[in-house]
Design a protein around this ligand. Structure first.
Ligand code: CDP
Length: 224
């Protein structure tokens, strides 16, 4: 985490993007283990800004206050279990529309990506904006129905009481907001490999992701 923002990517960077509950977090963690690389769940940064705003009683649509919160963020805030709640996910996607919030969080993410040896980052704009030079890029998807069921089970396991119908609505709203915003909208990078996990178990999806990244790594090694 010591190289300047404009340092070239000299190590192996894996970008894992995709919509809510597509499986990208589990896949990113598996890739980190398989390739012995540190992993950053960039959604936590936006979740943290959203939660900071809510705690301060601020309006999530106020871009100036949101950007001020983003500038205060430090790595030690990212372990808070409160960031994993349904409300934090919704707040995250609302503050993530503000370009100044995204700019404020960019350096943290790029510094993580440029650490020696490389890194895995998962989010919405890793392959397109944060690390467009990443050597391996995945865009992980699954049908909205499958994602809603996964997220519902996950929230229930965390002790949240919510209906599947409401989680379906959350997912649809977040897909529309994340894909429709002007600033770094969620979309696959032109050179990303699409991985649809709708019909896969999480182990199967992690295996498929590992094979895709192994192929990208072999190509990168042979070109250097
Ligand atoms: O876990 P889940 O996929 O539901 O969400 P997350 O990855 O924790 O991201 C929460 C929200 O943060 C997303 O809905 C996006 O609006 C935003 N986000 C973003 O805009 N860019 C990223 N690189 C990561 C997250």
């Amino acid at each position: 985490m010591t190289l300047p923002e404009d340092a070239p990517l000299t190590s192996f960077v894996i970008a894992v993007d995709g919509p809510a509950a597509s499986g990208k977090g589990t896949i990113a963690t598996g890739l980190g283990k398989a390739f012995d690389l540190p992993v950053l769940d960039t959604g936590l940064l936006y979740r943290c800004v959203g939660v900071m705003m809510q705690k301060a009683g601020a309006n999530l649509d106020n871009h100036e206050e949101a950007a001020a919160c983003a500038l205060l963020l430090t790595a030690d805030q990212l372990d808070d279990p409160a960031l994993r709640t349904r409300a934090a996910g919704e707040a995250a996607s609302r503050v993530a529309v503000h370009p100044r919030v995204r700019d404020a969080l960019m350096e943290f993410q790029r510094t993580f990506a440029r650490q020696e040896g490389g890194a895995v980052l998962d989010g919405r704009d890793i392959g397109t904006v944060i690390a467009p030079d990443a050597q391996a890029k995945l865009f992980v998807t699954a049908s909205p129905e499958v994602r809603a069921e996964r997220r519902w089970k996950q929230l229930k396991a965390q002790g949240e009481r919510v209906s599947l119908k409401d989680v379906r609505a959350d997912i649809a709203r977040r897909d529309a907001r994340d894909g429709g915003r002007d600033a770094a909208p969620m979309r696959p990078a032109p050179d990303a490999v699409l991985l649809d996990t709708s019909e896969m178990t999480i182990d199967h999806a992690a295996d498929a992701a590992r094979r895709i990244v192994e192929a990208a790594r072999a190509k990168w090694i042979s070109s250097t």
